[in-house]
Design a protein around this ligand. Structure first.
Ligand code: SF4
Ligand code: SF4
Length: 384
């Protein structure tokens, strides 16, 4: 299958509409059914879910709204092996079989190793997770194998050089704010995927909705150029325009969003040079609305006795301070970074970092804000 010829636009099912925002399983099926039906009517077919979404009930919701209501050959289903959850080889098999039941299918069109990063990589090597998915593909239980990735380009390169043969594609977080952010490094991760000829699916092109509600000054730049298109369209087209990207996911939870997104993704046109220049200016404005004016120079980290990833944590903190909705993806990054670095709470207040910072930032004070956001509000999902 030539993935680059696939339709460019997929339906992300991580944040489906709910009747009660406090209850992740209170699915608004009337609305979800209508959204899925309209997306299919527009000629798109790809649905992306995962074992862990919606408190481990996301696959069940997709079964009810999609799989039980539409012929199996009218859509493509993607789900993911939860790398944080499985205990050993037997457990991988148990989870995979449970997923087939959850979804009510006998094969997955796309299946991904979910949220690969330094915290789970060694476990995946120890229990042959890479071989496991390839074996399932050989058995006909999976058509296309991939991996969603939230870590450094260096780790991505290591994984692709050692285990890349079995992977048909990579799923990366790519958007115009994270393009050069030190904590995500979208551009460099994409370059590694391109280097290994792995087609890419983009997740979080609107950064969890952050790039839908942008500062007025930034929005004006977009509206002056084209008053008829949405801010979301700029973000999705930016992601879809990048080399090697064959699909962009959008987690739509209103009919307005489905109508809007499908309109410009139906006959997708890459951004032109003028539009790219506007995006760069918009990114600058968004970054000016930034809580911590850290330039990520890393001068502060060289002598930190606790090896605290100061600029990476500040980038994540800035990201959530701009975000009005869920910050689960930033929380995932925080936990991944903290595997190999000191947490913000481990700071001993020696202030070596502040003496080194060319921006004269009160780093130790900001680290306390980081602790408040990331260590006292953990929202990593747990099984119900
Ligand atoms: S004050 Fe905290 S963050 Fe700064 S160098 Fe010392 S331990 Fe590291
Ligand atoms: S030295 Fe200051 S500006 Fe540079 S990375 Fe550290 S906190 Fe950011």
């Amino acid at each position: 299958m030539d993935l680059m010829k696939e339709k460019k636009f997929g339906y992300g099912c991580m944040r489906l509409p709910l009747l009660n925002k406090e209850d992740q399983t209170s699915f608004d099926y009337d609305l979800i059914n209508k959204l899925f039906d309209t997306y299919l009517e527009k000629g798109f077919t790809y649905f992306d879910t995962a074992y862990t979404y919606h408190g481990y009930h996301g696959e069940e919701a997709v079964r009810k709204a999609l799989i039980e209501r539409h012929p199996r050959d009218s859509f493509q289903l993607a789900t993911k092996l939860p790398l944080r959850d499985f205990k050993d080889n037997e457990d991988m098999k148990r989870i995979f079989d449970e997923q087939l039941t959850n979804c009510g299918v006998d094969f997955f069109d796309y299946y991904l190793l979910h949220n690969m990063g330094s915290n789970v990589y060694q476990k995946c090597c120890k229990y042959d997770a890479f071989d496991f998915v390839v074996k399932k593909k050989t058995e006909g239980k999976i058509k296309v194998v991939g991996m969603s990735f939230h870590d450094t380009p260096e780790l991505l390169e290591e994984i692709l050089s050692e285990h890349g043969n079995g992977l048909d594609f990579i799923q990366l977080q790519i958007n115009y704010i994270d393009w050069e952010q030190p904590n995500v490094q979208s551009r460099r991760c994409l370059e590694i995927a391109n280097k290994y000829n792995k087609p890419v699916i983009v997740m979080e092109p609107c950064k969890g909705g952050t790039l839908v509600n942008i500062p007025k000054e930034a929005e004006k730049l977009m509206k002056d150029y084209n008053p008829t298109v949405s801010t979301a369209s700029w973000a999705l087209r930016f992601a879809a325009s990048q080399k090697g990207v064959f699909r962009v996911l959008s987690g739509m939870n209103s009919m307005e969003q489905v109508e809007d997104n499908t309109s410009f993704m139906a006959d997708f046109i890459p951004l032109n040079e003028e539009e790219n220049a506007i995006i760069r200016n918009v990114a600058k404005i968004i970054n000016l609305n930034t809580a911590v004016q850290c330039t990520a120079c890393e001068y502060c980290t060289h002598e930190c006795p606790k090896n605290i990833a100061i600029p990476k944590y500040f980038a994540l903190y800035n990201s959530i301070m701009r975000t009005t909705g869920s910050f689960s993806s930033q929380m995932v990054y925080y936990n991944n970074i903290a595997i190999n670095h000191g947490k913000a709470s481990e700071c001993i207040g020696c202030k070596q970092c502040e003496r080194a910072c060319p921006q004269h930032l009160p780093i130790t004070t900001y680290l306390k804000d980081v602790v408040e956001k990331f260590e006292k509000n953990s929202i990593i999902p747990t099984r119900k």
